[in-house]
Design a protein around this ligand. Sequence first.
Ligand code: MG
Length: 511
Amino acid sequence: MIIRQIHVTPVAFRDPPLLNAAGVHEPWALRTIVEVVTDQGLTGLGETYGDLDHLRKVRECAQALIGLDVHATNTMYARISALLGAPGTGPSATRTATNPTGTRTEATGTGTTPTGTRTTTTETATTPTGTRLESTETSTTPTGTRTKTTETGAPTPGPVTEATATGAPAPRPVTKVTATGATTPGPLTTNPKERTVDRVFSPFDVACLDIRGKAAGVPVSDLLGGRVRDAVPYSAYLFYKWAGHPDDEPDRFGAALDPAGIVEQAGLLIDEYGFESIKLKGGVYPPDEEIAAIRALHEAFPGLPLRLDPNAAWTVETSIRVGRELDGVLQYLEDPTPGIPGMSEVAAKVPMPLATNMCVVTPEHFPPAMAARAIGVLLLDHHYWGGLVRSSHIAAMCDAFGLAMSMHSNSHLGISLAAMTHLAAATPNLTFASDTHTPWQNGQDVIQPGALEFTNGAVPVPTAPGLGVDLDRDALAVMNEQYEKCGIVARNDTSYMQRFTPTFTAGRPRW
Ligand code: MG
């Protein structure tokens, strides 16, 4: 099953004003939808982050995968590593883009061609001010580079990018499109600590598993070892929030700015989804106010496991005080303070386990975190752990170290919910209810309805071949158009908050 085409489509959907230590969610959340098409006509779906810098990398790397078999994920990973300048070698791609611009990228290819050195890529961005930027970059490897940027206000047809599967990898500069229209040269990989390769590889891994499941007639969970649970429990993920975005009417969730508002929000989500555990995103108000909210939830929903996640907004001392005050109330305390050393100090002095999706986010973090006994629970997230198979490897590592597991969530759509559900179903030691932002989508999605329904807070694992979800092309087109028009190209909770509270800073620890 050879990959013949890859479509990369950025989308935007409405997002409520959810408060967190970094600021507040903007009115639009961004995602990128990846469709991989094989020579046999099978299509696989993947979903990943939507920030422009990441979108650009996904597009770039998609070209390098044309012509590969969908089982050749090691080669895919090596090619992406080579393209992003990360450790790891492997053959890369020679690309020739033939069209100007657009937000939908289609990569097609039909086989091997002579090695070439000229590469051309195209990008489109819409700036926060509504200016449409079109950046066409042409580079000649390995030594020469030309960059051309044009600006226009008119929409243009989407590109069709031809890609072939041979050619030597070569380090290459890229063009960074800024909100002001300026271009600056910069490396494709900005920070190895971010494990950029894993983040970029992930949607392709998911899409190829979708295809392999369809071809074999089995669900993705079977390809991950088989499900050990028929339904995956998720938690009610509560947020302090404004009644609505300042420029809009109040949304249906209403305001949640104090313990009563948080309890009301929990009631709404539990009524609609049946959640049987609760997580509160903290780090928004002084710790005593958040302790009061947790106590109010404990009183209103006795017996339901509770978690609190202030996103490292507290000092070690504050974390220890809060942890001790909530003894017997919290199931676990998530990322109270920054860094492995700080978490280690807190872990030694609070009664509940500490969980993280912040201080252990790459395999390299395991040895120091384990030596310092910094965490007891790891939040898995296939979007940054390198897809589903690599996440299974991380789960095995957690098993070896005796770590419990839950699952982390960012704003996401149904393709990711399906992937998360298959992964959690096939991960025996992922025993805590997982996080999900699904309720905050408020019904918006790129998949056809009905495949993923919550029952008692859990999603029954799809049994249809592959991920078990189908793309809603009309919805995809609408959400792509929303991306074009929304004026947001990268999530920035802090700058959005500063529009309304100019003195706000996201420095941590804050308390
Ligand atoms: Mg967290």
